[in-house]
Design a protein around this ligand. Sequence first.
Ligand code: SF4
Length: 304
Amino acid sequence: MTNLSNDLRVQLKQDFFTQLPEIVDVVKSQADGSYKFLLQACDARLIETLVMFPKDRVTICISCMVGCPLKCRFCATGNEIGFIRKLTISEIMGQILVASSYLKEHSIADKITNIVFMGMGEPLLNIDAIKGTLEALLSHDGFGLSRHRITLSTAGVVDGLIDLLTTYRVKLAVSLHFPNDDLRSQYMPINRKYPLPVLIPALKELQSKTGEDILIEYIMLRGINDQLEHARQLVGLLRGMQVKFNLIPYNPVPSLEALPSTEESINQFATYLIQHGMMTTVRRSSATDVAGGCGQFVLKASKK
Ligand code: SF4
């Protein structure tokens, strides 16, 4: 920008950062056509980002941390990578910009239509960067995306939740995964800080303010949380709330010796929830043939 004074250019160089993450690898899943991006931040840390094509949408799943401190036992990110650092606003936005350009350049898709914060990391533990990212995504001077096209996911962090969601009014997904405190604390250590008697009232309060449905993510682990008794407990736990269940067959990771639930038990579980008034879908984990479970692409690349 030679039309700017030299002093201003020096100042800009000092104060601003314009580098996007670099693409290290892109793999297309033969199973579902999704694309998994391995990106490198300026400090050489690796970030993973997934683009999926459900129905007529182009949905990007972005990371907000390198690794994650929460150590959910069924997750490669938390257990094997651990927590390295939070991503900045520019690194979170950078995932969207880099993936968008790639999709356009390769004539795969014109634009990203939906954004989910469900990659590596817990968004509510990187709340300032998430706020900045949401400002940029929702602003008419930025991406101008509708709030209905953005979903923020949490493992159940309550601090800041109601304030964030009532300010930005994006959709909320809660990684609930277990129907009682005993099981949840065993597999998701965050439950010891925010047990269900804290989390559920916070979700109810939020819903009373926004009136929006809450998406409940529920990983199906054979013989652990997939029995009809667990479905019954869930119905009791969430009574009076407007929720949509997303049942996710477990994608095995080394840190947890467990098997995915059988088709039959997933169907029985789903049927029970539906019969008790809970909208329920079953999701196949995306791109499992390209290390698609959260954190597995980074892990594979780090071990090379
Ligand atoms: S499931 Fe999400 S919150 Fe839990 S350890 Fe993995 S990245 Fe972190």
